[in-house]
Design a protein around this ligand. Structure first.
Ligand SMILES: C[S@@+](CC[C@H](N)C(=O)[O-])C[C@H]1O[C@@H](n2cnc3c(N)ncnc32)[C@H](O)[C@@H]1O
Length: 486
């Protein structure tokens, strides 16, 4: 292994979070090991490229496997593996460099198991190693440590090798991870995707949304895909794993061929996936972001005062239908943007137009009326002909759209205009549009509470797509319990 020598050093006092350390609970290690061994009982060699304190290795060791491990930090003596104190991404880079023409790395391991690092130190690590990482991860990008690890693991695995990881699940839907998804789909069989509950790492003060992924190098091994949606808590996940309460589906239902972003959709009924063949918001209306001042404290005032007269909307959060300006913008903002570098005004033509302003940060997705003569921030704002504004606000606040945004398009991260542009628009009749418009006007005028308005909207929407009541219940309950469901 050249300069990647095996060594054992004891090192104390490491800030685990600096290296993206979260210990995997033992029941997860046990589950992944059991599943990998069930897929191939006869393998011999195991690799854990980010081993920490060998949390993932006990069960392989107990099954008599030969294990190698890597970590950039040495957390002390290893019981189960032959340890290499090194940066796995550097090791991967050296392996890549030594290849001739179309050779593959083909590491000797039958099983690769990992909980790759994420959060905290990644920004620093990626910044410091930007140049070499950009070259190494030309296709998939250098957005996160975990995504680079996953790409490197898949690339270096030999044909037939089994890969079991627990990783952040942002790669399932985020646009920036489209090429990583393409790599997984073109190089691997996807055996299992299990969404983990948000409390899984909570006792380690980590608010991370994760999933268990079981892959096999080589698409020829693809058969059914076993999936599980996010359970409410860790106890539920234990039950799902112990009793293998997984849903059997097929790869074409997990990754819809017609989706140019190759998103992975977990437990989304076909009657909802099929809606993506309808025209999208971005195909029909303008869906844009507006102003980033670069210095909100200076350019925005919480109250209207001299020189700050322009109502400014940047995130309605969970407010639906009607919202208040989040602040007041300086009057001479256009002029300011011409000489202040960080003061950016996008889509100038839409500023001051009447439209719809959507929430950006946080879990709830909502849409509110954007009055004429106001300005807007970097959240998504939609501009339609006048006659379409109010029925669209109703539609956007429906449980179906919340489900589409948070359950299909983007499970984590911030909701940008790029994602909102992809929301399919149902083909409503003029009668339905009239009813939706009326509900919106009633909610705007406080004649009906927002929740009642949404129940009325849901009825129209569900009727329009004729979905079964059990699916309608699933969608409304997802929208009503976002913190647990997303
Ligand atoms: C999320 S922890 C997982 C620890 C343990 N395997 C587990 O599952 O509980 C990620 C580990 O990756 C290590 N790590 C961070 N960057 C690394 C790199 N470039 N190469 C190898 N290991 C790295 C960290 O030191 C940490 O031990």
């Amino acid at each position: 292994m050249g300069r990647f020598k095996k060594e054992i050093i004891t090192q104390q006092g490491i800030d685990k979070r600096e290296v993206g350390y979260y210990s995997t609970p033992d029941f997860i290690a046990k589950y992944i090991t059991k599943e990998l061994l069930a897929l191939n009982p006869n393998g011999v060699k195991v690799l854990d490229p980010a081993t920490g304190k060998e949390e993932l290795l006990k069960h392989f060791y107990n099954n008599g496997k030969e294990i190698d491990s890597f970590d950039i930090v040495n957390y002390g003596e290893k019981k189960y593996s032959s340890f290499i104190h090194a940066d796995f991404l550097e090791y991967y880079q050296e392996k890549k460099r030594s290849l001739f023409f179309s050779e593959q790395i083909d590491l000797e391991y039958d099983y690769i198991i990992a909980n790759p690092p994420y959060n905290c130190h990644e920004v620093d690590y990626i910044r410091k190693n930007k140049e070499r990482l950009n070259l190494l991860f030309k296709e998939v990008g250098t957005y996160n440590m975990y995504s680079m690890f996953l790409s490197a693991i898949v690339d270096s695995a030999k044909e037939g090798a089994l890969i079991g990881v627990i990783v952040s699940d942002s790669f399932l839907t985020a646009s920036m991870h489209c090429n990583l998804r393409k790599q997984l789909l073109s190089e691997c069989a996807i055996h299992q995707i299990i969404l983990c509950p948000t409390d899984l790492f909570a006792n380690q003060k980590a608010d991370v949304r994760t999933c268990i992924l079981i892959l096999q190098k080589g698409t020829k091994f693809q058969s059914d895909v076993l999936i599980a949606n996010r359970p409410a808590n860790t106890e539920n996940l234990k039950d799902i794993l112990k009793n293998r309460k997984l849903i059997k589906t097929s790869i074409d239902k997990v990754s819809i061929e017609s989706d140019p972003l190759h998103r992975f959709v977990i437990d989304v009924d076909m009657s909802i996936s099929n809606l993506f063949s309808l025209p999208k918001i971005g195909d029909i209306f303008q869906c844009v972001t507006g102003i980033s001042t670069g210095n909100d404290k200076h350019y925005l005032s919480p109250i209207r005062k001299e020189g700050y007269d322009i109502p400014f909307y940047k995130n309605p959060g969970k407010r639906k239908f009607r919202t208040q300006p989040d602040a007041y913008l300086i009057n001479n903002f256009m002029e300011e943007s011409t000489h202040v570098k960080n003061f950016i005004v996008r889509n100038k033509k839409m500023i001051f137009e009447e439209g719809i302003t959507c929430s950006s940060m946080g879990l709830p997705f909502s849409a509110c009326y954007l009055p004429k003569n106001s300005a807007f921030g970097v959240n998504a704002n939609i501009f339609t002909p006048k006659e379409d504004i109010f029925w669209m606000i109703s539609y956007l606040n429906s449980s179906l759209v919340t489900y589409i945004v948070r359950g299909v398009l983007i499970r984590s991260n911030m909701v940008t205009s790029g994602y909102i542009s992809q929301i399919p628009i149902l083909s409503f009749s003029s009668h339905e549009k009239e009813k939706l418009q009326k509900i919106c006007t009633n909610a705007l005028n406080d004649n009906v509470p927002a929740n009642d308005a949404i129940a009325q909207i849901d009825e129209i929407v569900f009727n329009n797509i004729s979905i079964e009541s059990s699916l309608a219940n699933k969608v409304t309950s997802f929208a009503a319990n976002l913190t647990k469901a997303v």
